[in-house]
Design a binder for this molecule. Structure first.
Ligand SMILES: Nc1nc2c(ncn2[C@@H]2O[C@H](COP(=O)(O)OP(=O)(O)OP(=O)(O)O)[C@@H](O)[C@H]2O)c(=O)[nH]1
Ligand SMILES: [Mg+2]
Length: 325
């Protein structure tokens, strides 16, 4: 009892320190969220009403398309415009410490030393519970911390990643020329959710063709995203070319969202997704805990020997996991 009380006190203390701008408290809360510690939920609950201000921009696209390089440049551009920035990189194939090129590394270090930028790489392998749930919680923490913009980098392949990208207010899809079948590489389920399309590596041959293909694709498909038609921006992330225009377009998208009520509608939709992610996560964890129990183990044996059936057992499991806490 004493320990849980003191843990509660420590928890609310961390949340209070985060609100005062303590970066250490922020990273400790992020770790608590990632490892699925129970007190993390209490802290998130305290902080939730302080969130909702940040513009969450999803940066997604095929591996190696330049998402991290572009994210670094975007962050620098936002800083030049006096916005504070959070960066969350989900399962980056290369550590978020800068690209192979010296210039990239130098710019990365510049970001890391800026107190108004906070960079977090999600170590997905150690994450307890759903990736979507923990990523969204980390974004919430940055929002509560007061970041104006949160850039969320995910590789645009796989269900989890698309799910995460969908949680952003503005989804930016980064394509590059010459990826074999260009459009297919970008398409894989993410083109249709793009609010802003980026043709990065515009210094390479084939950029014009990709822009033309994307434009044709956009004209073909009736825009599923209301009256907004996704702009196509060319960038050379390594040089910073096109980045200022990109920040303008992202800002316009936010203005569009707010002026049309789509902002609110999307947040309602993402509230639904978030609740679902939390429910799935909790049910799964309670199930794993319960299933380790001998009584349930015996029921599984009974199913195997056809003395019981999985449907009835599932009904009972659901009753049990929803009744205790
Ligand atoms: N020529 C050219 N190279 C670029 C450009 N942008 C990024 N690169 C290079 O492309 C490589 C991959 O860049 P990253 O930023 O790591 O790409 P990423 O999409 O984050 O990669 P993953 O996170 O591994 O999926 C690096 O070597 C960059 O220097 C560009 O505009 N032009
Ligand atoms: Mg990357």
């Amino acid at each position: 009892m004493t320990t849980s009380l003191s843990r509660d006190a420590a928890a609310s203390d961390l949340a209070a320190r985060l609100l005062e701008g303590d970066r250490l408290a922020l990273s400790r809360l992020m770790s608590a969220v990632e490892t699925g510690r129970d007190d993390a939920r209490r802290q998130l609950r305290c902080l939730f009403h302080k969130t909702g201000r940040a513009h969450v921009v999803g940066v997604t696209g095929p591996p190696g398309s330049g998402k991290s390089t572009l994210t670094t440049r975007l962050a620098l551009e936002y800083r030049a415009r006096e916005k504070t920035v959070g960066i969350v990189a989900v399962d980056p194939t290369s550590p978020y410490s800068g690209g192979a090129i010296l210039g990239d590394r130098v710019r990365m270090m510049e970001l890391h030393s800026d107190p108004d930028v906070f960079v977090r790489s999600m170590a997905t392998r150690g994450v307890m519970g759903g990736l979507a749930r923990s990523t969204l919680d980390v974004v919430l923490l940055l929002d509560a911390f007061g970041k104006d913009v949160v850039l969320l980098e995910t590789v645009g392949v796989g269900q989890d990643e698309v799910e995460i990208a969908r949680a952003a207010d503005t989804i930016m899809v980064v394509g590059v020329p010459n990826l074999g079948d260009d459009i297919q590489a970008i398409k894989a389920g993410i083109l249709e959710i793009a609010d802003v399309l980026v043709v990065n590596k515009a210094d390479l041959l084939g950029a014009d063709r990709l822009v033309a293909d994307l434009r044709a694709m956009l004209q073909l498909g009736a825009s599923p995203r209301g009256s907004w038609s996704p702009p196509i921006v060319r960038t050379v992330a390594t040089e910073g070319v096109g980045v200022s225009e990109l920040v303008d377009r992202l800002g316009e998208h936010r203005t569009y969202l707010e002026s049309t009520g789509v902002w609110h509608a999307r947040r309602v939709e993402s509230a639904r997704r978030q609740v679902r992610a939390i429910v799935e996560d909790r049910v799964q964890r309670r199930f794993e805990r319960a299933a380790a129990n001998e009584v349930w183990q015996a029921r599984f044996e009974a199913i195997a020997s056809r003395d019981d059936d999985p449907y009835s057992v599932a009904d009972e499991v659901l009753k049990e996991v929803s009744s205790n806490g």
